[in-house]
Design a protein around this ligand. Structure first.
Ligand code: FNR
Length: 182
């Protein structure tokens, strides 16, 4: 059956390497898995005072889109050895009010692209910590620590040197998401 894979990109930058990476990765999905890019750039900063009130439209949209997903793929840069605040804000927004987290139980996978040599490994470790707390079953292998350089993405597709790993990863993501459907 058809799967809806939510894709969350942790950068708002127009030419974001992670957005380019995410767009290239979803080209490796089989036809029965539809990627859905989740918008996070218009979310207000999370404030617990708002938990009791109806959510503003952008937050309601985020929560509905996460709720509708069969699984979630996070594609994130590393900022100062952690995840960007914009990504944490989106995660927090869909995790509340207490007891109504939209992330709970959604199978997830993480990957990222950085200009630094460690390829977002510390950001991914922090993100895994957050997602584990949110009760999201996390794909363990293969890991995807990408460094931006010439040839990593060619004409919007994963370049030849990384193609096999990326394909293996996306195949594992789909199998992981399928395995966790009730
Ligand atoms: C960075 N960058 C970065 N890179 C890295 O490998 N480790 C890090 O801790 C950081 N820290 C960091 C902090 C801040 C505030 C910025 C703006 C950048 C560099 C980062 O890899 C680079 O800017 C990427 O291009 C960001 O990803 P997008 O926006 O291209 O997807």
């Amino acid at each position: 059956s058809q799967l809806n894979l939510a894709v969350v990109v942790g950068s708002l930058r127009k030419e974001s390497f992670n957005r380019q990476f995410a767009e290239a990765l979803v080209k490796l999905l089989p036809a029965d898995v539809k990627p859905h890019f989740i918008r996070i750039d218009d979310l207000p900063l999370y404030n617990q005072d708002s938990d009791g009130a109806p959510p503003v439209p952008a937050v309601k949209r985020l929560r509905d889109e996460v709720a509708a997903a069969h699984g979630v793929l996070f594609v994130t840069p590393e900022y100062n050895r952690s995840i960007p605040g914009v990504l944490k804000n989106a995660i927090d927004q869909a995790s509340r009010p207490w007891g109504q987290s939209k992330w709970a139980g959604k199978p997830a996978a993480v990957c990222g692209m950085s200009v630094g040599a460690i390829g977002t490994s510390m950001a991914q470790a922090h993100l895994r910590n957050v997602l584990a707390y949110l009760d999201m079953p996390l794909l363990g292998q293969p890991e995807m620590y990408f460094q931006w350089k010439e040839g990593v993405i060619v004409n919007g597709a994963i370049g030849p040197a990384s193609h096999d790993l990326a394909q293996k990863f996306m195949t594992a993501v789909v199998a992981w998401v399928r395995r966790h459907q009730a």
